[in-house]
Design a protein around this ligand. Structure first.
Ligand code: ADP
Length: 266
């Protein structure tokens, strides 16, 4: 069963409608400015690392490795993976900037969220199989219509399930993806949860996981192809849907990420 030692709710407050931020005091403004500068510094650092590696390999290929065919092959493989890393980072930065700019616009599509869960499960099966993890789907047999953005919800579930597979799910483990309508404090709501049997997260880190570039272990995240932006993107999308993101985790046992969405049964 799920890990419930430390529970943290990431997005509670509804996004203000039509309110431009007016900073009353200087310290709030300075804080925003500092955040912006940190972000630019982080992006530069994240891009520079693979770029430096690429430039280094180019030098070696021009010089010492010029006539060493096996070394050339090896270096090209590494270079391709560094270039892919930059590609993922730029892709996630674009996603993040798009979801941030759309956050105030309510989604207007009617989508079958159960079908969406099924298709995410199918498309992530190869990733799960490579890690020898099984994705179990619950509650998604019947169509269930909600007002949501199809591509963004796909992205939320993809990010959450990929993380569940990536972060320490041991071989043979299960990742559970479940969908269930329930009674919430403000009427009916839909709960979509992703539960893993992975390494769990220290409570100290949980409140910060949705910050851009925040990682518990930067080395591991990069090794697994992470950009550190996945949960920041999730948070903005959930906010746009007037939903809530709840993170529960128990170190050594696993984690559960739940998205609660407003829901009117039809
Ligand atoms: P990344 O690209 O690094 O995966 P995310 O924003 O998706 O970035 O996640 C931020 C960090 O949260 C990860 O680096 C990882 O340390 C932690 N994390 C996310 N999901 C899980 C999980 N299911 N179990 C354990 N740790 C997780």
């Amino acid at each position: 069963a799920a890990a419930q030692d430390s529970i943290y709710e990431v997005s509670v407050s509804p996004v203000p409608q039509g309110v431009l931020c007016a900073f009353e005091d200087r310290s709030a403004w300075e804080q925003m400015d500092q955040m912006r500068r940190d972000f630019v510094a982080n992006v530069s650092h994240e891009l520079r690392t693979p770029l430096t590696a690429l430039l280094g390999f180019i030098e070696t290929l021009r010089g010492p490795a010029r006539n060493d065919a096996p070394a050339r092959e090896r270096f090209l493989v590494i270079m391709a993976s560094e270039a892919e890393r930059m590609n993922r980072l730029v892709r996630d930065l674009l996603h993040l900037s798009r979801v941030e700019s759309e956050e105030r616009v309510l989604p207007s599509e009617d989508i079958d969220i159960a079908g969406l869960l099924r298709s995410v499960t199918v498309s992530l099966r190869p990733v799960a199989e490579a890690a020898r993890v099984t994705i179990k789907l619950q509650g998604a047999d019947q169509p269930l219509l909600i007002r949501a953005d199809h591509d963004q919800m796909t992205q939320v579930l993809t990010n959450l399930v990929e993380n569940a597979v990536k972060y320490g799910s041991p071989a043979g483990a299960e990742v559970q993806l479940a969908l269930a309508p329930e009674q919430g404090p403000r009427g009916q709501q839909l709960r979509i949860s992703v539960t893993d049997q992975g390494e769990g997260i220290d409570p100290f880190h949980i409140p910060r996981l949705t910050e851009r570039f925040y990682r518990v272990d930067g080395h591991r995240s990069r090794e697994k192809g992470g950009t550190g932006l996945g949960l920041a993107i999730v948070k903005h999308i959930v906010n746009r849907h007037r939903g809530r993101l709840i993170i529960e985790s128990k170190k050594g046992k696993g984690s559960r990420f739940s998205v609660l969405l407003p829901y009117e049964p039809r």
